[in-house]
Write a protein that binds this ligand. Structure first.
Ligand code: ATP
Length: 234
């Protein structure tokens, strides 16, 4: 479904992504794990068109994405839940969700999307008229996921959904990701929380300073001594 080949991304002189290749198949949860600054966010931003790679290819269902604009990428079925959620604080929960459906022209489809989001996240329904800036961190993460689902994506890219959340909320968010996947959504999950990410992903890639240094089934990686030492706290 998604195939990235020899991706190279620069910020001016800084060579942030140094020839990264990976793939995500339909129905999978794939995780990219790595420490601070490894390049996880840079890769997701390149996939959703916010950053232009210097070279390499990003093939999605046979279309090359690296040369097309972000809104067209959304229309092709890729949705991005950015790091730090980035909900619009001065807008209500419902207005934030509606924005996620900007690529959907049909009002009926938007209403259906809202209904789905509220079914999935009853807490958002209770708070639909509340300003997003007054939501808790976990609720904002739910809103960011709900907003991404409004465009009816085929694959969802999630950038560190666990960031800044208490362990119990991290668990809740990861349960939601798993449920969304079981309902048919393909997921590319970027995480520093390797334990949690490996516990729900089918396959994983380990990123270190802009390069993939290991890849495999999540279960195998969880048992790998190097991974345990470097990422799983012993
Ligand atoms: P984190 O988990 O801390 O978000 P990350 O793995 O997502 O880390 P990136 O944010 O992708 O890492 O950063 C990769 C590298 O690119 C880092 O060395 C970072 O300093 C650099 N970088 C990121 N954004 C910029 C920028 N706008 N200008 C210059 N360098 C940048």
């Amino acid at each position: 479904m998604l195939k990235v080949n020899d991706l190279q991304v620069f910020y001016g002189m800084i060579h942030a992504i140094k020839g990264v290749s990976f793939e995500v198949k339909k129905g999978e949860i794939v995780t990219l794990i790595g420490a601070n600054g490894a390049g996880k966010t840079t890769i997701l931003q390149s996939l959703s068109g916010m950053l232009k790679p210097k070279s390499g290819t990003i093939e999605y269902n046979g279309t090359e994405l690296s040369t097309i604009e972000p809104h067209k990428i959304v229309q092709k079925g890729l949705a991005h839940v950015p790091e730090g959620r980035r909900v619009f604080y001065q807008m209500t929960v419902e207005e934030n969700l509606e924005l996620g459906g900007f690529s959907v022209k049909d009002k009926k489809q938007i209403d259906e999307g809202l209904k789905n989001a509220y079914e999935k996240f009853p807490r958002l329904y209770e708070r639909r008229k509340q300003l997003a800036g007054t939501l808790s961190g976990g609720e904002q993460q739910m809103l960011a996921i709900g907003r991404a689902l409004m465009s009816k994506p085929e694959i969802i890219l999630m950038d560190e959904p666990s960031m800044g959340l208490a362990p119990i909320l991290v668990k809740e968010i990861f349960n939601i990701i798993q449920e969304i996947n079981k309902a048919g959504m393909t997921v590319l999950l970027v995480e520093q929380n390797a334990n949690m990410a490996l516990s729900i992903a089918h396959r994983a890639y380990v990123l270190e300073t802009g390069k993939i240094v290991l890849e495999g089934n999540s279960k195998d990686l969880m048992g790998n001594t190097e991974i345990k030492k470097a990422y799983l706290g012993g």
